[in-house]
Design a protein around this ligand. Sequence first.
Ligand SMILES: C[S@@+](CC[C@H](N)C(=O)[O-])C[C@H]1O[C@@H](n2cnc3c(N)ncnc32)[C@H](O)[C@@H]1O
Length: 318
Amino acid sequence: MSEAPAPARGRSIHNGHDRPAAGPRRLRVGEAWNPRNHVTLFPGDCRRLLAALPAGSVQLAVTSPPYNLGKAYERRVRLQEYLDREREVIGACIEKLRPGGSICWQVGNHVDVGEVFPLDILLYPFFAERGLRLRNRIIWHFEHGLHCSRRFSGRYETILWFTKDTEDGEYTFELDPVRVPQKYPGKRHFKGPKRGLPSAHPLGKNPGDLWIIPNVKHNHPEKTVHPCQFPIELVERLVLALTRPGDLVLDPYMGVGSALVAAALHRRRAAGAETEAHYVAVARGRIEAVRRGTLRMRPRTRPVFVPPPDTKMTRRPW
Ligand SMILES: C[S@@+](CC[C@H](N)C(=O)[O-])C[C@H]1O[C@@H](n2cnc3c(N)ncnc32)[C@H](O)[C@@H]1O
């Protein structure tokens, strides 16, 4: 873990206020697992990719699995059958994790005849039974989604962040690259030997465990054909905090490859699996855009949009 109070002189710190310089870069991309690939886009069932990965090769497994809701890309099955399959995939991911590595499972609710089943509660035992430690249960809050009529509309999902510790109880956590601006950076110590000196951390504050990041809907610059893709910013924060350059990031349910994009942007290696060929094709295109330095992304410091009050859309028509 590192929570250094100030950056070492001359060290380049990427502290959440900008993105890596865009520009072409060399990226070796393949479909089958090969440790020499920078990016592996496996077109098929994640269990087959997982079987090919060496034990202890993955620094971060980060994903959002299907929620068993019967979306276009999944077959709805009995809840127990779904949980059994998730347990198998989670177990395989943990086996491939390196000591000191992390696993982040981003989930919402399974819903059956209006009854809500929070997936993080149901999946938690599959990590704990294998000795992983929960470090944060991050709330991801967003504004847009379905409007419910018989319960309150869902406006958050969670990320369970677990670590597989080393024998000394250590794990990778780099806070500096993901610090965010303070509300009062000019604050000063008001007593003691540091009285009058600035008290805020020069790189910003810990982002906390409530993340307000817009979900990817129609006007979002990252929108693709996928109905529920990660905003790059969400997974980028995990990549920057929980891995180092050269580490391997795995997304077993990669969709259109947002986690792999975040990894490639920050010079991590990445591997993902996806059963739908058209999503794999989109993921390939996005990785190609990273390679060329032309990927469309929402700027990381852009505040959440608040519409101006007196426009055609915000004026009440009745
Ligand atoms: C919630 S989406 C993930 C979206 C992803 N986070 C992104 O940013 O695009 C889950 C994805 O898992 C895929 N999927 C479902 N079962 C799978 C399996 N057994 N192996 C690999 N992918 C699978 C689905 O087609 C879907 O695209």
